[in-house]
Design a protein around this ligand. Structure first.
Ligand SMILES: CC(C)(COP(=O)(O)OP(=O)(O)OC[C@H]1O[C@@H](n2cnc3c(N)ncnc32)[C@H](O)[C@@H]1OP(=O)(O)O)[C@@H](O)C(=O)NCCC(=O)NCCS
Length: 144
C-alpha cells in the first residue's frame, strides 16, 4: 500500500488506516438573522422547543442574541443533512445541540433518537464550523 507516494510496511499501514478520515456525510445550512429574530419574537415556546437550557444561556449572554440562535439553528439543520436522513425517526431539535469548548470552538452533541440513528449508521465523529454576520448565519457539518 502507498500513502502520500510512500510504500508502507504492515505497522505503518495499520497506523495510516486509523488516521485516514472516512467522510460519511456533509451538511450545510444558512439562515437570515431577520428570520430568527421573527421566530424568537413570534412564539415564546419556540426557543424552549428548539434549544437546550445551555444553548439559551449561551445566546442570552451575547449582545447580538439572534445571531447565536441562528448559528445553532443552522448547525442543527446542517447536522440533519449530514446524517442523510434529514429530520426523521422522531428526533427532536434538542437531541442535537451545540456546546462551545474553552477556546470557543463549537461542537455538536447528540442524544436520544439522534444518537441512536447516528450509532446505527456506524458514524463516529462530528465536525462543526459556524459563522455569522448581521445578515446571515451559516453552519457546516462533517460526519466521519
Ligand atoms: C474564532 C474566530 C475565527 C471567530 O471568527 P469571527 O469572524 O470573529 O466570527 P464568526 O461569526 O465567523 O464565527 C463565530 C463563531 O466562531 C466559532 N468559534 C469561536 N471560537 C472558535 C475556535 N477557537 N475554533 C473554531 N470556531 C470558533 C463560534 O462558534 C462562534 O459562534 P458562536 O459564538 O455563536 O458559537 C475569531 O474570533 C478568531 O480567533 N480569529 C483569529 C484572528 C483574529 O484574532 N482576528 C481579529 C483581529 S484582526
Amino acid at each position: 500500500m502507498y500513502y502520500n507516494g510512500r510504500e508502507l510496511n504492515e505497522g505503518a499501514q495499520e497506523q495510516s488506516f486509523k488516521e485516514i478520515m472516512m467522510i460519511k456525510g456533509i451538511g450545510v445550512d444558512i439562515l437570515a438573522i431577520g428570520r430568527m429574530e421573527k421566530m424568537i419574537a413570534g412564539d415564546a415556546r419556540f426557543i424552549r422547543k428548539v434549544f437546550t437550557r445551555e444553548e439559551i444561556e449561551y445566546c442570552a449572554s451575547k449582545a447580538k442574541i439572534a445571531q447565536h440562535y441562528a448559528a445553532r439553528f443552522t448547525a442543527k439543520e446542517a447536522f440533519f443533512k449530514a446524517l442523510g436522513s434529514g429530520w426523521r425517526y422522531g428526533m427532536s431539535w434538542k437531541e442535537v445541540w451545540v456546546e462551545n469548548n474553552q477556546l470557543g470552538k463549537p461542537e455538536i452533541r447528540i442524544s436520544g433518537k439522534a444518537r441512536h440513528h447516528f450509532d446505527e449508521m456506524k458514524f463516529k465523529k462530528i465536525h462543526l464550523s459556524v459563522s455569522h454576520t448581521e445578515e446571515y448565519a451559516v453552519a457546516f457539518v462533517l460526519i466521519e
